[in-house]
Design a protein around this ligand. Structure first.
Ligand SMILES: [Zn+2]
Length: 126
């Protein structure tokens, strides 16, 4: 009789673990598609940025050294030369998970919640 109860318990445990494994697999697949989408968007942004820079050079006489100078100025606008527009420490806390997120982030990098303090033009000086 105890064997039957133990068997039912074991089947329940196995079913629970199988469900958890399925959810983990689904989340992994979602992350894979999100990463692929981000890679495609990154490549498009890189292409547009390079095309814009080539157009500017051709029409204005600006040089690569001019661009490097402006990149450094924009990078330093948050007080840190760190190859970022916003230093993370200068951001606000996420209202959902309380991690610090940069001011110019549309969404929290940790939980995906919308950043209510998002300011797209926060570093342009306009
Ligand atoms: Zn968050």
């Amino acid at each position: 009789m105890i064997d039957i109860f133990f068997e039912i318990f074991q089947q329940g445990q196995i079913s629970k673990v199988a469900t958890q494994a399925k959810h983990a697999s689904d989340r992994s697949l979602d992350s894979k598609y999100t990463l692929k989408d981000l890679e495609q968007r990154h490549e498009q942004l890189k292409l547009v940025t390079l095309a814009m820079w080539q157009m500017l050079k051709a029409h204005t006489g600006l040089t690569d050294n001019d661009l490097k100078k402006f990149i450094k100025e924009v990078d330093l606008s948050d007080g840190e030369l760190d190859n970022r527009v916003d230093h993370v420490e200068s951001g606000e806390k996420c209202s959902s998970c309380t991690h610090k997120i940069p001011v110019n982030s549309i969404r929290c990098l940790y939980c995906g919640a919308a950043n209510g303090n998002h300011e797209i033009l926060s570093r342009t000086g306009s």
